[in-house]
Design a protein around this ligand. Sequence first.
Ligand SMILES: *Cc1c(COP(=O)(O)O)cnc(C)c1O
Length: 386
Amino acid sequence: MNSYSRLSHLQCTRCNAVDDPFALRNVCTRCQGPLYARYRLEPLSRDSSAGRSRGMWRWHEMMPARSADEIVSLGEGGTPLLEAPRLGATLGLSRLLVKEEGGNPTGSFKARGLAAAVTCAKARGAKGFAVPTAGNAGGALAAYAARAGMPAHVFMPRDTPPLFALECATYGARVILVDGLIDRCGELARALVAESGGALFDVSTLKEPYRVEGKKTMGYELAEDLGWELPDVILYPTGGGTGLLGMWKAFDEMEALGWIGSRRPRMVSVQAAGCAPVVRAFDAGLEHMEKWEGATTYASGLRVPKPYADAEILRVLSDSHGTALFVPDEEMQEGVAAMGKAEGLFAAPEGGAVWAAARRLLATGFLSKDDRVVLFDTGTGFKYVR
Ligand SMILES: *Cc1c(COP(=O)(O)O)cnc(C)c1O
């Protein structure tokens, strides 16, 4: 038995079918549901990682790499959880925190997911990669593929701000600019993968098991940085929902390990007015999402018309007594300006969106001024400059 990683099996989130964690897999072969990595949950001291360097692989027992040598890394994770008193004052929140993800390699938290996905796919025999992206996932895949010495094909909407494609090309990836949104990019990526006869592996989010493992480490970091307590509310800008699901998974794992209790934050999905499939389904009390037609927003990470893990996202929002709301692009810009001026952060519009969402949720009474609230600033604003 491996003591570096406790990875034990893959499990379908929908039909619970079990699969081999050491074979290259996309989704459940029975029902096409997202596969989750499962671990042996015998006791483990939460202090076991205390002496290890910061970064997302410090939780290696609960991560999928079988050895340190296997890991493809650029130093991802271990981002700061910043107290933000001046930003809190702009809203009237007394205990505001910002999880600042813009310092990750490639400038966003996509680095966490793609580091884990590339690590695992390489170890399982993948020879190259393809990914559809709204922007940051492409850059992260391209960087980690380069780091692994493997080719990457990135499908990106043509109207994504130009730096996103330039970044991918700089890492040596082939960039295919698509007249359409991420769902169209996904179709083209799947076709290329099918044509490649096994030469390429599709790393679309939640259509392979390990991007969510990378992003779950944000949940471990939050708990550790808050002395093994969780905040009252987490505001998360939601596209595919990978980080939201990942953190929720991390909370369950930590409770099973005895690291935290059963108290959970209320989880809030923040979306753009021009693309809000999560909000629409949540408000209607549905269990699935319909594709959002004509999606448009400057926050490219939120331009996901139909998240693949729709049922899973909606379940987390309701189980956590959370909510979902959208904000218009102008309010995101206000948020970016507020975060810059109050705390010296150059936020992505997705980060600005959660600030604007907090203001709305205070107005409705969902948030009260003494709640411990964590805003996720998921990426740097630098790439969005036109
Ligand atoms: C991808 C992305 C998001 C959305 O993340 P999901 O986990 O897919 O919901 C939010 N912000 C930025 C900057 C992103 O790149």
